[in-house]
Design a protein around this ligand. Structure first.
Ligand code: AOF
Ligand code: ZN
Length: 371
C-alpha cells in the first residue's frame, strides 16, 4: 500500500465510523430493520448526514441525501453508508436508484445486505450505472452492529444473548435460591437499557417463581421488549408480575398444558399462549426460537437461571453472553450460573471469546461470544 492509499483508507474509516455512530441512534426503534447511518462527503468535508430513525421510515441514505440542498454538491460527493444501499421496493423505494438519479459518483459501503431481495443487487445496480463502489470499510464493526439483523436473515433464527449476574465465585443465588440483588444499581440500569434494545426478553418458570420479575424497561429510556415466559407445565400463577400490564407477554407451554382450563386464565389477562413440542422433558428451544423468528423477533435476551441458560448453550443456540460479576462470594453451597453443560474434559470446554469488559460502579460486565 502506498502513502496515498493509506491516507485514503484512514479517511474512509473516519467517515464510516461516523456512519456507525449515527446508525446506533436508531437502536431500539428500527427492528426488524437494520441500524443504518450515512454521511455525504465533498472535498474532504461532511456536507450531509442521516440515519434510519424508525421502522418503516426513510432509509439512512434518503435522509442523508435530503440534508444536502445544493444538487451540484451531490454530483461531486461520496456517499458513505454502513449497509449496502437497497435495490428493492419495500416500504420505501430503492436507495440505489435515488443515488444514481442524483448523480452521486462514488459510494463507500461497510458490508453487504443479507436480505434476500438485496444481497449484492444494490451494489451491482450502482456499478452498472457507472457509480464507483468501495466495499469492506470497517466491515467487522458494521456486521457486529447489526449482528441480530445479519443472523436473522442468514440463519432464520433470532440472535440469542444470555445475561447473568453472578458473584466472583460464579454463583447466581445462595443455596436457598435467593438472588436479589447480586449486582448494584448501575448494572441494573444497564440491563434495562439492554432490554430496550432487544426485541424479546425470555425467562423460565423457575426465575418467575423465585424472583417475580417484571422484565420491563424502567430504569432506562426505551420501549419494552416482548416478554417470553417458558412454562412447560403451566405451574405459574396468572397473577405473577410478568403477566401484568406494561408490556406484551407470550407464554410458551407444552402441547398438553396449552389446551387445559388453566390456560384460559392467562388468555383472559391478555397473555398470548403458544405451544411447543418437548425434547427430554423440556420445551424444544429451537422450536421456540423459530416461532419467535416467524413473528419478526430478531433478537432475544435470555434472563434466566442456570438450567435454562445452560440449555441454550448445550444446544448451540446461544450467540453471546453478558456476564455481570459482583465482588462477592457465596461459596460452594450457592447455585452456579451454569448447570450441567456436559463438559467432562478440561480439553473440551464450552469456548467463548472475550469481546469487551466494562465497569458499572463496583461491578464488572464481561461481554463474550460463544465460538
Ligand atoms: C432500513 N434502513 O437505512 C436501509 C435499509 O421495507 P423497507 O423499504 O424499509 O426496506 C427494508 C430493507 O431495506 C432492510 O431489511 C434492508 O435490507 C434494506 N436497507 N433498511 O430499514 C436503511 N439502508
Ligand atoms: Zn434503502
Amino acid at each position: 500500500m502506498n502513502a496515498f492509499t493509506v491516507t485514503e483508507t484512514w479517511g474512509h474509516e473516519r467517515f464510516m465510523s461516523r456512519c456507525l455512530e449515527l446508525a446506533v441512534k436508531g437502536a431500539g426503534f428500527v427492528s426488524p430493520n437494520p441500524m443504518v447511518g450515512s454521511v455525504i462527503v465533498c472535498d474532504g468535508r461532511i456536507v450531509g448526514e442521516g440515519f434510519h430513525q424508525r421502522f418503516g421510515g426513510p432509509h439512512a441514505e434518503v435522509n442523508a441525501i435530503a440534508s444536502v440542498t445544493d444538487q451540484d454538491v451531490l454530483r461531486r460527493s461520496t456517499l458513505y453508508v454502513n449497509l449496502e444501499p437497497c435495490s428493492h421496493y419495500g416500504k420505501t423505494p430503492p436507495c440505489s436508484d435515488l443515488i444514481v438519479e442524483r448523480g452521486i459518483p462514488r459510494v463507500v459501503v461497510a458490508c453487504r445486505d443479507p436480505h434476500e431481495k438485496v444481497a449484492g443487487k444494490g451494489i451491482d445496480r450502482l456499478r452498472a450505472a457507472g457509480v464507483e463502489v468501495v466495499e469492506g470499510i470497517l466491515e467487522q464493526d458494521a456486521l457486529r452492529l447489526n449482528e441480530a439483523f445479519m443472523k436473522s436473515h442468514r440463519r432464520r433464527l433470532p440472535f440469542v444473548a444470555l445475561k447473568l449476574a453472578q458473584t466472583l465465585d460464579g454463583k447466581i443465588a445462595t443455596a436457598n435460591g435467593l438472588s436479589k440483588w447480586i449486582t448494584g444499581e448501575a448494572s441494573r440500569r444497564e440491563v434495562h437499557l439492554m432490554r430496550s434494545r432487544y426485541d424479546a426478553v425470555l425467562t423460565g418458570s423457575g426465575t418467575v417463581l423465585a424472583d417475580d420479575p417484571l422484565l420491563t424497561v424502567r430504569h432506562a429510556e426505551g420501549r419494552n421488549p416482548l416478554r417470553v415466559v417458558l412454562d412447560r407445565e403451566l405451574r405459574l400463577p396468572p397473577d405473577a408480575a410478568v403477566f401484568g400490564p406494561g408490556a406484551k407477554t407470550l407464554l410458551v407451554t407444552s402441547n398438553s398444558a396449552g389446551g387445559s382450563l388453566r390456560a384460559s386464565a392467562f388468555r383472559d389477562k391478555g397473555v398470548e399462549i403458544t405451544t411447543a413440542g418437548e425434547i427430554n422433558g423440556s420445551l424444544d428451544l429451537s422450536l421456540v426460537l423459530r416461532h419467535l423468528h416467524e413473528r419478526g423477533v430478531l433478537s432475544v435476551l435470555v434472563e434466566a437461571g442456570g438450567r435454562l441458560s445452560s440449555s441454550f448453550v448445550r444446544e448451540g443456540l446461544a450467540d453471546k453472553l453478558y456476564m455481570f460479576v459482583a465482588p462477592k462470594l457465596f461459596g460452594g453451597d450457592g447455585l452456579s450460573s451454569f448447570a450441567e453443560l456436559g463438559v467432562v474434559s478440561p480439553g473440551k470446554p464450552v469456548m467463548l471469546s472475550f469481546r469487551e469488559t466494562r465497569c458499572f460502579d463496583g461491578d464488572i460486565m464481561i461481554e463474550a461470544y460463544f465460538t
